[in-house]
Design a protein around this ligand. Structure first.
Ligand SMILES: Nc1ncnc2c1ncn2[C@@H]1O[C@H](COP(=O)(O)OP(=O)(O)OP(=O)(O)O)[C@@H](O)[C@H]1O
Ligand SMILES: [Mg+2]
Length: 268
């Protein structure tokens, strides 16, 4: 046991990816039915980087994130966050789910959605004070939504809701941010606003992992990629792992010739 651990530490030494990496997923297998949606996936996310999770529809990207967060129970697998168990590191993780996964039937104001991000700090019976409101408002400002604080969340457009959920994640003041398609269905201005916020987090030393669909913006937005199609296809710095070969392995026939041509341009 000790020997095994020592070997593991040794093999990680000298790389930026130590055993206290912000996110380490080991042997993750998740199944909804008979066929696994995610099979035996390992993933290591180093600190202070922006990582894109890439793969076709149904590749298991959302499932991997949910299982890593304990939202879904995997058949097998383990998650370590900064070298600790999920339970020990809950308050260091912020998660923004894929859009439309929440249905806001009852009226909730935008500011209250953002204040939810502060609940772990408030405690269950903690009172919302002026300072909390100010913090929540500041997070809304960072995503350009301060004018919508008292609107009902259900009355916002999809892109506006997406910004509010990002504001809630910011309010959590986490160290690891997991976002499932933060740019889905948002306009170009909102996409620019969101990527600026994420890059600011990264530049402040935070770790950002986002499921991303637009292959053409990967080199501009991200430092690293993780390619998946049920199984892991590749992971690493964009320059090394974001290759036509890996993309073809992940997307198979679904990577259209036009996309390949475009990527050949993007990849130089
Ligand atoms: N709740 C569920 N019950 C049964 N099967 C599911 C469920 N959620 C997802 N699946 C299946 O698991 C597989 C992986 O789904 P997942 O949502 O993780 O894919 P994804 O990579 O996030 O796709 P997308 O790009 O469309 O968001 C798919 O085949 C999907 O149909
Ligand atoms: Mg998904």
């Amino acid at each position: 046991m000790t020997l095994q651990l020592a070997t593991k530490d040794g093999s990680d030494a000298g790389t930026e990816v130590g055993r206290d990496a912000p996110l380490q997923i080991k042997g993750m297998t998740v199944s909804y039915g008979q066929k696994p949606a995610v099979f035996s996936v390992d993933m290591t996310v180093p600190a202070g980087a922006m990582t894109a999770i890439i793969g076709p529809n149904g590749a298991g990207k959302s499932t991997l994130l949910k299982a890593a967060l304990g939202i879904l129970k995997p058949l097998a697998g383990q998650t370590l966050v900064f070298g600790r168990t999920l339970a020990e590191s809950r308050d260091r993780i912020a998660y923004v789910p894929q859009r439309a996964s929440v249905d806001w039937d009852f009226p909730t104001r935008v500011i209250d959605v953002v204040l939810m991000g502060l609940y772990p700090k408030l405690g269950l019976l903690g009172r919302v004070r002026a300072s909390h409101r100010a913090a929540a408002t500041a997070c809304l400002s960072r995503v350009g939504m301060e004018d919508f604080a008292t609107r009902q969340i259900g009355q916002l457009s999809g892109g506006q809701q997406q910004r509010v959920f990002l504001a809630r994640a910011l309010a959590q003041d986490a160290d690891l941010y997991l976002l499932d398609e933060p740019f889905a269905g948002v306009d170009a201005a909102t996409e620019k606003a969101i990527i600026a916020v994420l890059k600011a987090l990264r530049d402040a030393g935070k770790t950002v992992v986002a499921v991303h669909h637009d292959l053409s913006t990967v080199p501009e937005y991200f430092d690293r990629v993780f390619l998946i199609n049920t199984r892991k296809v590749a992971e690493g710095p964009v320059e090394e792992a974001f290759t036509i070969e890996n993309l073809q392995a992940a997307y198979g026939g679904r990577l259209a010739t036009a996309q390949v041509d475009q990527l050949n341009g993007t990849l130089g």
